[in-house]
Design a protein. Structure first.
Length: 135
């Protein structure tokens, strides 16, 4: 008995989504851990200062990319996008409450821009997401 081409491509897509989901969980956990490091450790990692905004943009571009690649439908993609943006806000709010610093709205905006960029990159790099019909 032969396996159809659609079944093979469906299995490959599930495998890619599962790998993307695992990577998304690792990235999100890493970002959360680094966000709540003491200031001295953040300075040692160069997460403060001149590169601060660029690091936010780069990290959340990755978050948006892997979240989008893990989505199995358009609705899941929208939920992943919203979740990634809310994750950025939650981190900033958490830092505000834990470290008693000002809520950095600029970081929230840069995080959302990164998620948007990552989502668009994921869509562009997928061979069937941009022209696919309803799922």
């Amino acid at each position: 008995m032969t396996v159809s081409k659609n079944a093979k491509s469906g299995a490959a897509a599930r495998k890619r989504r599962n790998a993307s989901l695992a990577l998304a969980l690792v990235v999100v956990a890493g970002v959360a851990i680094v966000s709540f490091l003491p200031s001295a450790d953040k300075r040692a990692l160069h997460t403060e200062g001149r590169l601060h905004n660029w690091l936010h943009l780069a990290v959340f571009t990755v978050v948006g990319f892997v979240a989008s690649r893990a989505a199995h439908s358009r609705l899941a993609g929208v939920v992943a996008f919203a979740g990634a943006v809310l994750f950025g806000f939650a981190l900033e709010a958490g830092e505000h409450f834990v470290f008693h610093n000002h809520l950095e709205w600029k970081d929230v905006l840069v995080d959302a821009m990164g998620v948007t960029a990552g989502t668009l990159l994921a869509m562009a790099s997928s061979n069937n997401r941009l022209d696919a019909g309803p799922r």
